[in-house]
Design a protein. Structure first.
Length: 389
């Protein structure tokens, strides 16, 4: 399909109508309702909803969500959530082996650290979402022995099976990392950026005091402990600074303890997971959105904030390098030592802040979920992958 710079839902509808595909099954680790859901789950949800709206029969298969129904219909697609956090992988593979794929059904596998090994059991159109390589993240969440097993599986055992697979990632920098780390062929890894929900747009009232916002799961690789230390350093020269770290996760107790030890509890909030409207208000009132994450496939919070006119300051890592246009929509920081200084500079320099805000808005206007869903479906419906990798 010739690329349309501004595809709409009607473009996607037309593409679907002229495709032999009528159903899509998505296999993923977690559902959007999972307490630990993040950018990967939001990405899958937005695409599934747009495909369903275009007339496709879309089913998502994930692990169970605690204290929630096994099956739910959401925005036109069906999500089946069963089996445990780790047992979901063999169960999904067994289901795939037992089920004979029909020619009008395609598979989307979301490889989130541990793959479902779809090349071994699905015959038909297939595509793989791989947002980033987990690498050192295994050590942050698992015991040394399990982490070593995860790294071996991700880095050595699984990649040869996917050499003929079409792999979709979010950014050029993530593509470079995937090809280098997993040795996947460069011509099999394509870049399709995520979109931005249209509700993210300028509005509301900007905070009268310098206000920094960060959003994400409270987990080790997000390195919110580093952000707290940077904010405390900035506070010494900007005494009216306020900040919020929005999100939930198992690192909450450690982060609250660090905040209290550093004497930041009166001005640094950890409000938990906010409603959509509350998060939108936070983006709009912030002067800067910050991310000290050590691993990202993109950085959706950065582009969501950009759509509200709020520039970002983030670590210079794969993913962030595409979510921020350095010096135009925000600033990429190459070392911990300079993060606080970069943050301070944007907060005190009104001219720089205004320029970055203008650049953030311009960049955000190039991203849409309709474009993402249309481009991915074009590759999926054109796939000729019917044999084992």
């Amino acid at each position: 399909m010739e690329r349309n710079d501004n595809p709409t839902q009607q473009d996607l509808d037309s593409l679907v109508a002229n495709s032999p595909l009528r159903a899509i099954k998505i296999v993923a680790w977690r559902d959007l309702d999972d307490p630990e859901a993040g950018g990967s789950e939001l990405h899958a949800h937005r695409i599934a909803a747009l495909w369903a709206q275009a007339g496709l029969d879309v089913t998502m298969r994930t692990s169970q969500v605690p204290n929630a129904p096994e099956e739910v219909t959401r925005d036109g697609y069906r999500s089946i959530r069963k089996n445990g956090r780790y047992s979901v992988f063999p169960h999904v593979m067994a289901e795939g082996i037992r089920t004979r794929s029909s020619g009008d059904t395609a598979l989307v596998e979301i490889w989130n650290g541990m793959p479902f090994l779809s090349p071994l059991w699905h015959r038909g159109p297939r595509i793989v979402f791989l947002h980033h390589v987990h690498a050192e993240m295994w050590n942050m969440v698992l015991s040394p022995r399990l982490a070593a097993g995860g790294k071996f599986f991700e880095g050595s055992l699984a990649p040869p099976l996917y050499r003929l697979s079409t792999v979709v990632t979010l950014s050029e920098s993530s593509r470079d990392e995937i090809c280098a780390s997993l040795k996947l062929p460069e011509d099999r890894v394509i870049v399709i950026p995520p979109g931005i929900d249209p509700r993210f747009q300028p509005g509301g009232t900007r905070s009268s005091d310098p206000y920094v916002v960060a959003v994400g799961r409270l987990v080790p690789f997000k390195r919110f402990d580093d952000l707290i230390r940077h904010l405390v350093e900035v506070k010494t020269t900007i005494p009216n600074l306020r900040a919020s770290i929005i999100g939930e996760g198992y690192e909450r107790a450690n982060l609250e303890k660090l905040r209290d030890e550093l004497g930041a509890s009166s001005w640094l909030e950890l409000p938990g997971r906010l409603s959509d409207d509350e998060q939108l208000d936070a983006y709009r009132s912030a002067w800067v959105v910050a991310s000290t994450s050590g691993k990202e496939g993109w950085g959706m919070t950065l582009t969501e904030a950009a759509a509200c006119g709020t520039p970002g300051i983030a670590t210079d890592i794969p993913g962030h390098r595409d979510a921020i246009q350095d010096g135009q929509s925000g600033i990429l920081v190459g070392s911990d030592a300079s993060f606080a200084e970069s943050l301070r500079e944007v907060l005190i320099n009104d001219q720089l802040g205004a320029s970055l805000s203008e650049g953030a808005l311009a960049y955000a206007q190039t991203l849409s979920w309709e474009r993402t869903a249309t481009d991915i479906f074009a590759h999926l419906s054109g796939s000729q992958e019917h044999t084992r990798s």
